[in-house]
Design a protein around this ligand. Structure first.
Ligand code: B1M
Length: 231
């Protein structure tokens, strides 16, 4: 068979086959194919959130398993991350187009020593889509970055992300710094990232641990409405 006959035409696949193929393409870091797949699913009427969770997030979960098991290495995972980010780029404006009323302001960033940003970017996207104003500090943030931004932006919520067991304890350093400055109770502190859990969130003095971006949005909304009632 010639190469051309070997080529898979994404638009000819069923939804299920296409999503499966996108998991493979994400695994192989094929950015153009991911862009095409996202566009096809959207054209077929899939909601942006469904494309995000079923095609991209699930694909990255599979990458994570083989990364853990030493089958994939950093350069390959970086390619997968780039492909995922490209796909998220198409979905971002769509997720933000809900016309939701303004809800509050959040400062978010990945903590010091940690450069994982896909989950944080997803939380930012979903928060914006739900009507929150988001100030994204990026990756590798020392405590002073968060404290300065919270004050400067007059924010309501602090969001912190950590993907490594070695960097998650730094969240407590930031919260302790807020306490030391006497401003802890001015903000709702939400934390998230794959190695965290509810117990950890409580232990470090956060208001809540958020399992995923959708939970982050719901939790932020709940806290904001409580704040409105208490004013
Ligand atoms: Co890294 N890495 N990585 N990595 N990486 C993990 C986290 C790991 C679990 C892989 C594994 O072994 N299975 C492992 C950590 C092990 C541990 O600590 N116990 C690991 C490791 C070891 C490393 C390095 C040390 C590898 C090395 O160099 N030897 C290194 C560390 C670099 C550093 O940070 N200093 C490293 C590097 C990298 C890449 C650069 C190659 C790349 C990151 C690219 C990027 O982000 N731009 C990468 C990736 C992609 C991963 C995996 C495969 C995928 C992470 C991801 O994007 N998931 C990851 C395996 C895994 O998590 N299964 C892994 C998709 C994303 C949508 O999910 O980030 O969990 P997640 O976000 C979710 C929720 O957690 C939550 O909502 C999000 C959306 O639903 N959430 C929040 C996240 N943040 C939140 C904040 C909130 C609320 C909710 O605030 C309110």
């Amino acid at each position: 068979m010639s190469d051309e006959e070997d080529d898979i035409v994404l638009s000819e696949l069923s939804n299920e086959e296409l999503v499966q193929q996108m998991h493979d393409d994400l695994y192989d870091g094929l950015k153009d194919e991911i862009l095409e797949g996202v566009n096809i699913l959207l054209e077929r009427g899939w909601a942006p959130y469904k494309v995000l969770t079923e095609a991209l997030v699930e694909g990255m979960r599979i990458v994570g398993i083989d990364f853990r098991d030493g089958i994939l290495f950093v350069p390959e995972v970086l390619l997968a991350a780039n492909a995922m980010k490209a796909g998220m780029g198409i979905l971002k404006p769509l997720l933000a187009e809900t016309g939701a009323p303004k809800q509050g302001k959040m400062v978010i960033g990945t903590v010091k020593g940690d450069i994982h940003d896909i989950g944080k970017n997803l939380v930012s996207m979903m928060m914006e889509g739900a009507g929150f104003e988001v100030v994204d500090l990026g990756i590798n943030n020392p405590a002073e970055n968060y404290l300065e931004a919270l004050e400067k932006e007059d924010a309501d919520i602090l969001g912190m992300s950590a993907l490594l067991t070695t960097t998650m304890p730094y969240m407590k350093v930031v919260i302790d710094e807020l306490k030391a400055k006497g401003v802890r109770d001015n903000y709702v502190v939400l934390v998230g990232g794959a190695p965290l859990n509810e117990e950890f969130g409580k232990a470090i003095g956060a208001d809540a641990y958020c399992r995923d971006a959708a939970v982050a949005v719901e939790t932020a909304k709940e806290y904001m409405s409580q704040r409105m009632h208490n004013q």
